[in-house]
Design a protein. Structure first.
Lengths: 383, 356
């Protein structure tokens, strides 16, 4: 097809209709924002690159151009901190790409006989549809911006505990005495919490994002999550105040959206990351020198434990516990020490399934852990 | 009757099917021609030259909408995605048999026979509210699709058989020409065991389609239409240079020791003229009369047309005179292709369908 510039733009915008409808059906701002991002990048490429470089665009070019645009959209998502679930984001992109092919190669030539010879221009009906799509996308973006939670920048040290009861984004600063989150759509970004019982305490809250938080010197849990869904990325929990401190505890959230913990570093706590009755992915974390267990997925939790490093844990490195179902893959567990209590289930076991739990293992690396990989009390390990 | 089509070949069928797709009833269309089967002439030529594959691609068919194309149909029929994959890589060329079978379907589905009038039209006259065709009418909208005005044979080889006429191959054959027909004849004659002399005045251009792809769409056409007449004529002359597609299938047979290039047909037992068709509207008596009678502007061998393939001085809000096929090149350089036929047909439909 030899597109005119107008033809390219109209084809691009109208072809986005299915993706836009899916985004509207999802009723999530990120979906609208993602469609806007895809359209924006596509239109920019159309004007600045494709039109001058591609006097004729063969059908196969849709594949490399699709990959290029996917890479750009993904990079832009990261750069703009667009909080879209990755699988959904890819699915939405796939819908947009496939529908663009179907529209350009089948629907448009069928509905408008002159489509090809008009260089992709869609006539009056196409222009109206394109305008409608553009208005809906821009309107959606505007609405998303209008309801965007306010951003509060913290400077210096603030005496807590800080109680958050409305959606907002908190950036920077040091809070002494803990933060209590009691609202949906709260984001903490680069906030440091010092002291308190629980460093960050989240209850009955959805879509909470903790990005780059540091928790130091707490006496119970570094991050304490109950009946909530949370995404925790790049956190740090250290310097526990006492022997009972847990790094991250996410519990009783089975009926909530899936939670995620990734890229966190937790050192010297009793348990590193522990979950009870929760659906959760625990990936790319670094856990060191825990005194009870490194990572625990317990009490009917479900999820994956992938690409984590657990070093020097006392007793157990990673455990799938009490009717939980865990996929444990690509982890490195090293230097797990034997608990002197004599319990065989704590004899330096690197990866363990316990009490009716079902764990699926693959590609884990276990080093210097005398208990190796083991199952106890009718739990099963499959590889 | 609103519409008339003069001619009964591929362009006429494409136009008829396009009008029918636009909702024009068979009773409102008259097709004047000499062949009740609009594929007959083309079928004979393709058979004469033993053409098996089309130069055109998936959308080179006679149905009004380009989708589904012949690649989709073949993929469905064979239960294989290969034609589709070939099509996205511009490697798909439908077989002549598939093209003709589909053309037959289009003819039957469109109701062509309800509108066909077996008569050769020799005169078109503009009258109030339309055109009279040999005194019949008036018809508000007329499209002339009279086809190529005859086979071109080089004067220096008066006994040559034309590639588009039925023929066999002698043991030593000279093929005059350097376009698609010539390339097909080289391979045909070599396959028949003949020694082949390619007689040519210039090296053939290797081009996938008759004209560069941007000239099939508004993107390339916009600058073509905006060009001054001299430049436009020069472009058309350049595009009429003989060409055939690149590719191993064309090149490999020519490596045979039985193939050579020469400037004359000396020593050949048989001369095949693969020299295409006569060029210039004046070779077509109907068009020559039309231009002379209505004093239509022409530039060289082309009748000057509007970008929508209509004759500007004879087209207004209530009547349309369009020209499709090779004589429509002033509007669409690839006018003698299926795409060209559809280009004129679609513009004609737009005009015919917006007037009562």
């Amino acid at each position: 097809m030899s597109y005119t510039l107008i033809g390219r733009l109209q084809t691009r915008v109208v072809s986005a209709l299915p993706a836009l409808l899916v985004a509207l059906a999802l009723q999530r701002w990120w979906a609208i924002e993602l469609v806007a991002l895809m359209l924006g990048i596509g239109l920019l490429l159309d004007v600045a690159v494709y039109h001058s470089l591609l006097a004729y665009q063969p059908g196969w070019a849709a594949v490399p151009l699709g990959v290029l645009e996917l890479a750009l959209v993904y990079s832009a998502m990261r750069w703009l901190d667009l909080m879209a679930p990755l699988r959904w984001a890819f699915a939405l992109y796939a819908i947009a790409w496939v529908s663009a092919q179907l529209f350009a190669h089948a629907l448009f030539p069928r509905a408008r006989l002159e489509y090809g010879e008009a260089g992709g221009e869609l006539g009056r009906a196409g222009a109206v549809t394109a305008a409608a799509v553009a208005v809906v996308v821009l309107g959606g973006l505007g609405a998303a911006y209008a309801v965007l939670p306010p951003t509060v920048h913290l400077h210096g040290t603030i005496q807590g505990p800080l109680v958050i009861e409305h959606a907002q984004t908190l950036v920077g600063g040091v809070v002494k005495g803990g933060i209590l989150i009691r609202a949906d759509h709260v984001t903490l970004k680069n906030v440091t919490v010092v002291g308190g019982e629980n460093g960050i305490d989240i209850e009955n809250s959805h879509h909470v994002m903790l990005d780059g938080v540091r928790v130091l010197g707490v006496s119970m849990d570094g991050i304490h999550v109950r009946r909530s869904s949370v995404m925790i990325d790049d956190c740090n929990v250290a310097s526990p105040k006492g022997p009972w401190v847990q790094g991250i505890d996410i519990s009783f959230s089975m009926d909530k959206e899936m939670s995620m913990v990734s890229g966190c570093t937790i050192v010297g706590t009793r348990e590193g990351i522990v979950t009870h009755m929760t659906m959760v992915d625990v990936t790319h974390n670094h856990i060191g020198a825990t005194t009870l267990r490194g990572i625990t997925m317990g009490e009917m939790s479900m999820g994956t434990i992938e690409h984590n490093d657990v070093l020097g844990a006392l007793g157990v490195g990673i455990i799938c516990l009490d009717h939980s179902e865990c996929e444990i893959e690509h982890n490195t567990v090293a230097g797990t020490r034997t608990d002197p209590g004599g319990d065989p289930s704590r004899a330096g076991v690197a990866i363990e399934a316990h009490y009716f739990a079902k764990a699926t293992l693959s590609n884990n690396t276990v080093l210097a852990s005398p208990g190796g990989v083991a199952a106890f009390d009718q739990a099963t390990l499959s590889r | 009757m609103r519409c008339a089509i003069v001619g009964s070949g591929l362009a006429a069928l494409a136009t008829y099917a396009t009008l029918r797709h636009g909702g024009v009833a068979p009773e409102e269309i008259a097709v004047f021609g000499t062949h009740e089967d609009p594929l007959a002439v083309w079928r004979t030529r393709a058979s004469s030259i033993r053409q098996r594959r089309m130069r055109s691609e998936s959308d080179g068919h006679l149905a009004p909408a380009s989708f589904p194309g012949l690649a989709v149909r073949e993929a469905v029929r064979r239960g294989s995605p290969t034609p589709l994959l070939q099509s996205v890589a511009n490697r798909y060329h439908p077989s002549v048999d598939d093209f003709l079978a589909h053309g037959d379907e289009v003819r039957v589905r469109s109701g062509w026979e309800h509108s066909f009038v077996p008569r050769r039209i020799t005169r078109v006259r503009a009258v109030e509210g339309g055109f009279e065709l040999d005194g019949e009418g008036p018809f508000a909208h007329v499209l002339l699709a009279t086809g190529h005005p005859g086979l071109a044979k080089p004067e220096e080889y008066p006994d040559a058989v034309h590639a588009y006429e039925p023929h066999e191959y002698a043991s030593k054959v000279a093929v005059v020409g350097a376009g698609m027909a010539a390339a097909t004849e080289w391979i045909n004659a070599l396959s028949a065991g003949a020694e082949v002399i390619s007689v040519r005045r210039r090296e053939p251009v290797r081009r996938p389609l008759n004209v560069p792809r941007p000239l099939f769409s508004k993107r390339g056409l916009a600058s073509f239409h905006a060009a001054p007449p001299e430049k436009r004529a020069a472009m058309l002359r350049a595009l009429s240079t003989p060409s055939y597609p690149p590719g191993r299938a064309w090149d490999e047979p020519l490596r045979s020791e039985r193939f050579r290039v020469d400037s004359t047909a000396r020593g050949a037992e048989q001369v095949i003229a693969a020299t295409g068709f006569k060029q210039g509207f004046w070779h077509d008596p109907l068009l020559a009369d039309l231009v002379a009678e209505h004093d239509l502007p022409a530039h060289g061998r082309w009748i000057v047309l509007a970008p929508d393939s209509t004759v500007p001085s004879l087209t207004d809000d209530v009547r349309t005179l369009s020209i499709a096929g090779i004589a429509g090149q002033w509007a669409f350089p690839a006018a003698d292709t299926i795409a060209g036929a559809k280009y004129a047909a679609r513009a004609f439909r737009r005009r015919a369908c917006r007037t009562p």
